[in-house]
Every structure is written in structure tokens, then in C-alpha cells.
Design a protein around this ligand. Structure first.
Ligand code: AMP
Length: 294
């Protein structure tokens, strides 16, 4: 497999895309913060199947980290990432240094307020503005036909879809399912912060989501669903629950009665790692698209 070219400036990235476009090629784009794992690679795989060329960006975006968050500690594993990209058939890695993305302190805000206030937005003020700003900039640099995002970050995907719609950005969005370890733990670059005991506990998050989904399928209201999830999470000396929520899958607003598709979402601090996960659930009598009740 050929080595992916590493592109470090916005201008070069634009030229690369223009050249590929002129040759009639379609471009898929997978934005990441690096420390690549099989969840990222599933997005790359979807892109290489759907598009002629695939670009992965690797950029730990300072704008989306709050004070006291793990920006400095965030894993940076460029050499391994390059190998994984090469083996996965990535054509270009866009890895700009921070000064290329932010030569001056950005004053422009890109906000999708209503969708950014719940779930992770409630405890990470400004986080999604930082995500929207960087993804808008990355989309301008890469100019892809398709953008691949993970369901793992469901709120992020919902917000970015809305930003793209509201700003008429010429890109289509594909959201791909969460990739998990065999024991259910969602793959995340932050899982490497976990100690052995914490790692043994971590699949409990997915178990809690499944317990919640069972309650939704049984026709329970949100308080009972939340209770089932919290009971399953239990307490450990190294855990702190940030939120356990039942929200409308489209508006992300908390619901009381579960009458349509909902997103069960949680964020739990497990030792040094802040882990998030989610699952979509439908109340009884709702038939999923495709005709089968899931
Ligand atoms: P990150 O590097 O964590 O910013 O993630 C980059 C992209 O990969 C985002 O669209 C994430 O939603 C997606 N992603 C992260 N973890 C997973 C996973 N376990 N399964 C699927 N997609 C994921």
C-alpha cells in the first residue's frame, strides 16, 4: 500500500483536492484527533468504499478543550497513525500544526446553540463551538464530497449535520455505527487512560445503555429508564457520573414520556478518563425503517 501524503498547510490541502477533482475523483473525509483505533478505521473503510480518494485529518483542536481538560495529555501517536492510514488505503493525511489552523486567535464563533446545550454541552461550555469552528475550517480546506462521522459522538454528529445544513455547505454526511470491544466498551482514544480495575469496570457503561433500552422497549417513561441505567452503573470509588439522559433523538431535548425514537446517552468519569457512550432506542409498537421492529 502506498504511503499517504502528509499535508501540513491549508493551501496545499486545497491544491491536492483541486488536482484530484480535476481528474474526476470523488473525495471522502474523516476528521480525527489522531491516536487512531478501529473506530476511526471503520470510518476510513466506509470512505474508501464510497469515494475514489480518502483524506484523514489529524488535529488535536485546542479550541474544543476547556481549561483543566486533557489537551496536553491527549495522546499524540503520529508515526503509528501514519502506518494505520497507509494500511487502510488513506490517500492524504491533513495534519496542520496549530499555527496553520489558527495563525491568529479566532474571533469568529460557529454555534448551533439549541443542540449544544444538553448532554456534553451542559458541562463543557464552548466545546461544540470549538468543534464547529474546526470542522467548518477543515471542510473549507479539504472540500470533500462526503464527510464520515461516528455515532459514538452522537451529539457532535447531530450538531455538525445542522451546521452543514444551515450554512449550505456542499458536503453530504454519513454517520457510521459505534465500534466496540468484544465486551461492549466503545473504542476511544481516551480508553488508554484507564487502569486495570477501571478498564474492567468500563464495559458497564454499555451494559447500562442496554438496560435502559430494555426499559424503553418495555414501554417505560424516562425516569424509570434513567433509574435502570444508573442502577446498572452503580458506584465505584473511581467513578463519577456526569449525566445519564434520555433525549429526543433529533432535537436532543430531554423527554419524560418515550413516544418516539430516543437517544440514551451517558458520560461517566472513570479515573482520569471521561467516557461517553450512547444507544438509540424505540418504544414498543414503533417499527424501524426497513419494516423490522428492532
Ligand atoms: P476523535 O478522534 O475522537 O475526535 O473521533 C474522530 C471521529 O471518529 C468522530 O467522528 C468520532 O465519532 C469517530 N469515532 C470515535 N470513536 C469511535 C468508535 N468507537 N466507533 C465509531 N466511530 C468513532
Amino acid at each position: 500500500m502506498a504511503e499517504a501524503s502528509v499535508v501540513r498547510s491549508i493551501g496545499r490541502m486545497r491544491t491536492w483536492t483541486r488536482t484530484e477533482r480535476d481528474r474526476g475523483r470523488t473525495i471522502g473525509f474523516v476528521p480525527t484527533m489522531g491516536a487512531l483505533h478501529d473506530g476511526h478505521l471503520a470510518l476510513v473503510d466506509a470512505s474508501t468504499r464510497a469515494c475514489d480518494r480518502t483524506v484523514v485529518s489529524i488535529f488535536v483542536n485546542p479550541q474544543q478543550f476547556g481549561p483543566g481538560e486533557d489537551f496536553d495529555a491527549y495522546p499524540r501517536t503520529m508515526a503509528a497513525d501514519r502506518r494505520r492510514c497507509r494500511d487502510a488505503g488513506v490517500d492524504a493525511i491533513f495534519a496542520p500544526p496549530p499555527r496553520a489552523m489558527y495563525p491568529t486567535r479566532p474571533l469568529t464563533r460557529v454555534s448551533v446553540p439549541e443542540l449544544s446545550e444538553t448532554l456534553c454541552g451542559a458541562t463543557r461550555p464552548g466545546h461544540f463551538d470549538g468543534v464547529c469552528l474546526v470542522v467548518a475550517k477543515l471542510l473549507h480546506a479539504v472540500n470533500p464530497d462526503l464527510l464520515f462521522l461516528g455515532q459514538k459522538d452522537a451529539q457532535q454528529a447531530t450538531i455538525l449535520r445542522r451546521m452543514i445544513t444551515d450554512l449550505d455547505l456542499p458536503v453530504r454526511v454519513r454517520v457510521r455505527p459505534t465500534v466496540r470491544e468484544r465486551d461492549g466498551l466503545a473504542l476511544s482514544s481516551r480508553n488508554r487512560y484507564l487502569t486495570r480495575d477501571e478498564r474492567a469496570y468500563a464495559p458497564t457503561l454499555f451494559r447500562a445503555l442496554r438496560a435502559g433500552r430494555d426499559r424503553v422497549r418495555a414501554g417505560d417513561d424516562a425516569p424509570a429508564v434513567r433509574r435502570a441505567m444508573r442502577d446498572t452503573l452503580g458506584r465505584r470509588p473511581f467513578t463519577r457520573i456526569e449525566y445519564v439522559e434520555v433525549v429526543d433523538a433529533d432535537t436532543l431535548r430531554p423527554v419524560r414520556r418515550v413516544e418516539r425514537k430516543v437517544l440514551l446517552a451517558l458520560a461517566v468519569h472513570v479515573g482520569e478518563a471521561r467516557l461517553i457512550d450512547n444507544l438509540v432506542a424505540r418504544p414498543p409498537g414503533r417499527v424501524a425503517r426497513g419494516g423490522r421492529s428492532r
